[in-house]
Design a binder for this molecule. Structure first.
Ligand SMILES: *Cc1c(COP(=O)(O)O)cnc(C)c1O
Ligand code: SF4
Length: 442
């Protein structure tokens, strides 16, 4: 009666057992050790050299040379947990969706689009206090710190997150009480703010007492009605929820104190691929579910990772199975050094059509593009104009800026030959954008 893919049950088959023991370096690691978040953090690989050493014998020398080359040119720092390393299929590292997200290889890097900038969302321009981006009227983004349990190649905040690399010198957003206090002061003094996203960096990196401190400071502001702690943690180090009771208790405390005051406090996380949801993840997320903590997901769409229709359907159904609500799928931001991961707006719109209807509407994410230049998030389908030859999509965002037009540019290598040829001529660029603008404003 229903199309076959809609009644397929593979989303319930979660990876289990001591899968990490297939990595020679973890062959003797027992489950208790593997589930210890301190062990995961301590054993996380942060230097290309360590990674190369760990992978000796698992992959070919050519692949290792390719990785070395990738690191020389990457704007992100390296951090991968043993858990993540164990989920990568090292028999096919080039094709593996987790490898693609965290470990660069030189041979697949593509030249940046001429419209790319490092802080493509202009988060720094909309920041009244360093690390507090106030772009929308009733909600703001608070970057509490600049470290993460892992570093993603595609990070939107590569302007700040992680340590300096060969390619990029970063601004710093350390844990800094004075900076935090200035952010809270701005929130206190802005009565129309109701909703704060606490991100970074990553809330997993906050110590339990810091999480409590931030949560309680924000809960004490009468006009704040919604808090969301953002963390990639459950996707890359779920065991912390099983073994760092202090952190889980701190989060639960803020959630419960919020509930008593009528304030919703939730967790927003960041799963991108169904392989990131294992039996350990299911157990970890159940800890939050049993405590009544809502978890929502914001995925980043990446070519060759989760842009396949079957892959995205599987991701959404698997997240639903472990009680995570898919909230957004983001069109990839215009970030330096990751052109190989971006998709075209037209392909994203097709993907949205392919997933809507496979499960509950409240478990079906909105596919959004966070507009370069600070226009905020818009439904990918809602462009005023889209030229498939030049790959330019034009959006409006009337609640952020009444009259401004915002442009998103598809990756050049995915355009038809005519479009590629035009972008190759630097003097054509202004014209391409002007043309798109004229198509909207007549
Ligand atoms: C994403 C974002 C928010 C939250 O937006 P929602 O659409 O409500 O999830 C708030 N501020 C900034 C700057 C953001 O980028
Ligand atoms: S976890 Fe989030 S903030 Fe950290 S590197 Fe990844 S995308 Fe960036």
């Amino acid at each position: 009666m229903f199309p076959k893919h809609t009644v397929d049950l593979s989303h319930r088959e979660l990876r289990a057992g001591p899968f990490w023991q297939a990595i020679p370096a973890f062959a003797d690691v027992d489950e208790a050790t593997f589930l210890d978040h301190r062990w995961q953090a301590k054993q996380s690989i942060t230097k290309p050299r360590q990674l190369i050493d760990t992978l000796q014998g698992l992959v070919t020398p050519e692949f290792l040379a390719d990785v070395t080359d990738g690191f020389m040119r990457a704007p992100m720092s390296l951090r991968v947990s043993p858990y993540l390393l164990s989920l990568i299929d090292w028999r096919d590292p080039m094709g593996d969706p987790l490898r693609r997200q965290f470990i660069p290889v030189g041979s697949t890097l593509l030249p940046d689009h001429p419209m790319l900038t490092l802080d493509s969302l202009a988060e720094q321009a909309d920041a009244p206090v360093p690390g507090l981006t106030h772009r929308y009227p009733d909600k703001a983004l608070f970057l509490a710190l600049d470290t993460c349990p892992v570093y993603c190649r595609f990070c939107t905040r590569s302007y700040a997150v992680g340590v300096d690399t060969e390619a990029v010198e970063k601004i710093q957003l350390r844990v800094d009480r004075d900076r935090w206090e200035r952010a809270f002061a701005h929130i206190r003094a802005t009565p129309y703010l109701e909703d704060i996203v606490i991100s970074g960096g990553d809330s997993y990196q906050l110590k339990a007492n810091q999480l409590t401190e931030i949560g309680d400071a924000l809960l004490s502001i009468p006009h704040i009605r919604r808090l969301r702690f953002a963390t990639k943690g459950p996707a890359v180090m779920p065991m912390k929820l099983l073994t760092d009771l202090e952190w889980v208790e701190a989060l639960t405390g803020v959630v419960e104190r919020g509930r008593r005051r009528g304030v919703s406090v939730v967790l927003h996380t960041h799963f991108n691929h169904p392989n990131e949801v294992t039996e350990i993840t299911a157990r970890a997320l159940d800890v939050l579910f049993q405590r009544g903590i809502t978890v929502r997901n914001q995925a980043v769409l990446q070519r060759g990772v989760n842009d396949g229709h079957d892959t995205m359907r599987l991701l959404l159904r698997r997240l639903a199975w472990v009680n995570v609500q898919p909230y957004y799928v983001y069109q990839h931001d215009l970030v330096k050094g990751v052109e190989d991961l971006r998709t075209a707006i037209g392909a994203t719109a097709e993907l949205e059509k392919a997933v809507r209807g496979v499960t509950a509407g409240f478990l079906t994410p909105t596919f959004v593009v966070d507009l370069p230049g600070g226009g905020g998030k818009r439904d990918v389908h809602s462009f005023e104009h889209y030229d498939r030859t030049t790959g330019v999509a034009v959006y409006r965002s009337p609640n952020v800026q009444k009259t401004e037009l915002y442009f998103y540019c598809d990756p050049i290598h995915l355009l038809p030959p005519e479009g590629r040829a035009r972008w190759a001529i630097p003097s054509e660029r202004e014209g391409i954008l002007a043309e798109a603008r004229r198509a909207v404003v007549r």
